[in-house]
Design a binder for this molecule. Sequence first.
Ligand SMILES: *Cc1c(COP(=O)(O)O)cnc(C)c1O
Length: 361
Amino acid sequence: MIPAAYAVLDLAAAAHNLQVVKRYAPRAKVMAVIKANGYGHGMLRMATSLQAADAFAVARVDEGVRLRKSGISQRIAVLEGFTCAEELEALLAYQLDAVVHSMAQLTILESRAEQGACAVWLKLDTGMNRLGFKPKDFPGVYQRLNQCAIVKKPISLMTHLANADDQQDPATLEQISLFKDTVATLPGLHSIANSAGILTWPQAISDWVRPGVMLYGISPFAESTGGQLGLKPIMGLHSRLIAVKPLLPGDKVGYAGTWVCSLATTLGVVAIGYGDGYPRYAKAGTPVLVNGRRVPLIGRVSMDMITVDLGSQPDAKPGDPVTLWGDGLAVEEIAACADTIPYTLVCGITQRVQILEKDGA
Ligand SMILES: *Cc1c(COP(=O)(O)O)cnc(C)c1O
């Protein structure tokens, strides 16, 4: 029996989206970013569906360890690196690449003697001010790292773009030039671009690209959908109507009664809520597909249910299918209605949502 709320994943779309990356970056190697449980799609499932990727990236050591224990053999880079000697042990034991971004990490590496045991991505902070060494410190850090016995040579070099999804922001080109100037004389392969960088900034495409969201068929830009970029969305989120009833003028719907009926209509109750990962802040008017046709969300999203105005399809009945996002309803559109980005929606699907893989995928 299919539970009320479920997500259907079209895993064949992953290979298609990887091909789109390769079209934009034909000579680059691809490090597919599958952190945060593969952006909510399942980390191992995504690693398997993206077998053609040259490497994977995760945020944390434990994510990398889980991939290795599941038999993934590609290179796996840990984007936050290690924070203590114990985590370095795990990186070494499971042959994970470390991103090195702090003096504390450098000190730990300098205390170790194992020859060439750890592949390293040295991170430059070109303006995001999150992880990485400042340009003035970078050459010195590079030299010290290059003298660490444990560090496999050559060291790889990376940075991260803070605002690549804004095609107008000159800061992206400044970040790219600062990176190129700082690493110009240092041996090692380069990596700069996330999805927005790949899709918008050819200058950001170097030896390795690091696509995340686009691999899931989702646009990194506020003004477009994955479909419009030639990507195929992987995830659809679905549920069903569980109650249908008349509403009269003056009736208030949901917690706090924020939505008040003005013209008599039909109310539908759908079995999905923020307990499933549907966004709590989706506004009244957010589109929902009932029987494949758009109806507006009304009232507040609650933990297990949402309410919709079935005025345009009063014959709808309990059991009828509902799509929250997926075919015919872009997750980017729902994100905009909830003042968030689509990343948070797919990442936020909870344990209660059963994941089904589309046939033939
Ligand atoms: C998450 C992440 C990416 C992927 O970003 P998308 O916008 O999803 O393409 C790439 N690089 C780093 C360092 C990241 O943290």
